[in-house]
Ligand binder design. Structure first.
Ligand code: FES
Length: 115
């Protein structure tokens, strides 16, 4: 966490396991994923060709892009399969009173998206 204000983005119940959910945080599209009861947040835009990852599929801690099938870790943001080669930004998450709070500061710049 960076100390910046966190954004209240969703109810915990709205992000069930293996169901990616897109939210917008300060103008940035972010994909929330529930992995075994822990919520993780990655940039929603694929680093291969800008597809929305929340339209893809989650298995465990992996999300698969619906366009060309690259997989990323939703914990670290690193690409696990081609054709993606560049990592996704990740975001800090906190849970308070059943609400999901997201830190808007990315772990790294998005290589294509611009923020
Ligand atoms: S746009 Fe995601 S794998 Fe190509």
């Amino acid at each position: 966490m960076t100390g910046l204000p966190l954004y209240d983005v969703a109810d915990l119940a709205d992000v069930p396991p293996e169901t990616p959910v897109r939210v917008d945080v300060a103008g940035t599209p972010i994909c929330l994923v529930n992995v075994g009861g822990t919520i993780h947040a990655v940039h929603d835009v694929c680093t291969h060709a800008l597809e929305s990852l929340s339209g893809g599929w989650v298995t465990g801690d992996r999300i698969e892009c619906p366009r060309h099938g690259a997989a990323f870790s939703v914990i670290t943001g690193v690409p696990l399969t081609l054709p993606a080669t560049m990592p996704l930004p990740t975001f800090g998450v906190a849970i308070k009173d059943g609400r999901i709070l997201v830190d808007p500061t990315p772990s790294r710049p998005h290589p294509l998206y611009g923020n």
